[in-house]
Design a binder for this molecule. Structure first.
Ligand code: S3P
Length: 172
C-alpha cells in the first residue's frame, strides 16, 4: 500500500465490536465526506446478517459481502469517502486486492476492551454462544491479515469515539 494515498477511499478494518462504524461515521463527518458502512448496506438490501447466516449460510453472506464491499470501495475511491467493513470482509482475496489502492486504517483493540460490548450484542452470529472465546479465535486468525493490509494502525483501547476519530485524522 502506498501510504495515505490522496483521493482514495479511507477504509476501516478490524475485528468485531471495536467501533468501526461509529468511528467511521465520526471521521467522515470531520472530513466532510460521505460514510458507508458495508454491513448496513447488506442489511438494507438482504435483511439482517443473522438471518442471512441462518437462512443461506456464511458462504452466501461472504459472496454478498464481497460484492457490496467492491461497490462501496469503488465509489469511495472517487470522493475519498470513509468505508467501514465487517470484521471478516478482509478474508476475501478480491477485497484484499482492492484495499491495496485505499488508505486502510486498522483499529487495533483487545479482548478485554471489547468484552463488555460483545456480551451485550445479539446481532453478530459469529459470536453466538461462547462469545469471547469465538472473538479471540477469529481475531487470532485474522490479525495477521489486518496487520498486513494496514497503512495506519490506531489504538482504540482508550478514548471516546470523538477522540479516536481525531487520532485517526491526525495520521492521514
Ligand atoms: C463478521 C463481522 C460483522 C458482520 C458479520 C460477520 C465477521 O461485522 O459482518 O456478523 O466475520 O467478523 P462487524 O465487524 O461490524 O461486527
Amino acid at each position: 500500500n502506498s501510504g495515505a494515498g490522496y483521493g482514495r477511499a479511507i477504509v476501516l478494518v478490524g475485528p468485531m465490536a471495536v467501533g468501526k462504524s461509529v468511528i467511521g461515521q465520526q471521521l467522515a463527518q470531520q472530513l466532510g465526506v460521505p460514510f458507508v458502512d458495508t454491513d448496513a448496506v447488506i442489511v438494507e438490501h438482504h435483511g439482517t446478517i443473522a438471518d442471512i447466516f441462518a437462512g443461506r449460510g456464511e458462504h452466501a453472506f461472504r459472496e454478498i459481502e464481497a460484492r457490496t464491499v467492491a461497490r462501496a470501495v469503488d465509489a469511495a475511491n472517487i470522493n475519498r469517502a470513509v468505508v467501514s467493513l465487517g470484521g471478516g470482509a478482509v478474508l476475501d482475496s478480491g477485497t484484499q486486492q482492492l484495499l491495496g489502492d485505499c488508505t486502510v486504517i486498522y483499529l487495533e483493540c483487545d479482548a478485554e476492551t471489547v468484552a463488555e460490548r460483545i456480551a451485550r450484542n445479539t446481532g453478530r452470529p459469529l459470536l453466538a454462544g461462547d462469545a469471547m472465546a469465538r472473538w479471540e479465535t477469529l481475531f487470532a486468525a485474522r490479525r495477521p491479515v489486518y496487520e498486513r493490509l494496514a497503512d495506519i494502525t490506531v489504538d482504540v483501547r482508550s478514548g471516546t469515539v470523538a477522540e479516536i476519530a481525531l487520532r485517526v485524522e491526525e495520521r492521514l
